[in-house]
Design a protein. Structure first.
Length: 295
């Protein structure tokens, strides 16, 4: 099973628009049918821009993302932790496989200079003669947060939720307000939207096995937003079968604390760095990385 390498993702900025909606007291009984659907839809449309702001505007924070995906007997289980701190901002992403402790990739984008650095764990030591590689910083990586690996997956999750709602407003199954002012949203996301928005990028051989039954399978998704509008947690979890296959997945994202300069690694010794001087070298590196991960 391949693991996601850093790649461009759709920005979340223009995804979700706020609309005017009414309010209801926590615990108020709701009517059935269309009125209840309209209520939860209005709550959803009001709450989701707060999630957008929480993801895009958060600064000096640490994040955690746990991913588990099983397709029949093939599976991955990864933990990605990240931090962003300072002004101008530095960022670091730690990607760890829970199956193989040697599968390690760290990405460090310091505020200073023009280079971004990748640390290659033991599983990837055959890629280059050194344990670090460097490349030119991406033009948008420090401007558009959803292009950054620390929030890449949660942006894809939010996009899949939004796409599901646009396709069928009844995809939103609940919008519960708590007495403290927090809101918990529940949304049914079709597996087709999960794939289309690249929450997980399946290799071609597995993707070809996904037929109409699996595409229609539903992934219950829960989003909790704190009273101040910041994200508490974002979870997608499901276990289903179809087209002769058995699938199970769980994806969890949350902000975990305040980041400081102490969360950032030191710049590697130049003798331990292989520089990728241009786009051709960078593309060749990621091609070889994908091949190694796919094997």
């Amino acid at each position: 099973m391949t693991k996601r390498t850093a790649s461009a993702a759709l920005a979340l900025g223009a995804v979700l628009l706020a609309t005017a909606c009414g309010h209801a007291r926590a615990g108020t009984a709701l009517p059935d049918g269309d009125q209840a659907s309209a209520y939860v839809g209005a709550k959803f449309e009001k709450a989701m821009p707060k999630l957008e702001d929480s993801i895009l505007a958060a600064r000096d924070v640490t994040n955690s993302f746990d991913a588990y995906f099983r397709f029949d007997e093939k599976s991955l289980k990864n933990t990605i932790t990240s931090a962003r701190a300072g002004s101008p901002e530095s960022r670091v992403v730690h990607n760890r496989s829970q199956r193989n402790p040697d599968e390690i990739i760290d990405t460090f984008t310091p505020a200073e200079g023009t280079l971004e650095y990748l640390y290659l764990g033991p599983e990837y030591k055959s890629l280059e003669p050194t344990s670090w590689v460097s490349m030119k910083k991406p033009d948008v990586g420090l401007v558009q947060p959803c292009v950054w690996g620390g929030v890449l997956s949660v942006c894809a999750m939010a996009q899949s939720v939004d796409s599901s709602y646009k396709a069928d407003k009844k995809a939103v199954r609940g919008a519960k307000s708590s007495p403290d002012g927090s809101i918990e949203l529940t949304v049914n996301v079709p597996f087709s939207q999960f794939l289309d928005n690249r929450v997980e990028q399946l290799p071609a051989d597995l993707l070809s096995e996904v037929g109409p039954e699996l595409k229609k399978a539903v992934i219950p998704t829960t989003i909790k937003i704190k009273p101040d509008g910041s994200l508490d947690y974002f979870t997608m979890a499901a276990k289903f079968s179809g087209d002769g296959h058995n699938l199970e997945l769980r994806y969890d994202f949350r902000f975990t604390g305040k980041a400081t300069a102490a969360d950032m690694p030191k710049l590697p010794d130049p003798s331990q760095v292989t520089n990728l001087p241009d786009d051709n070298a960078k593309q060749d590196f990621y091609r070889r990385l994908a091949q190694l991960q796919g094997s």
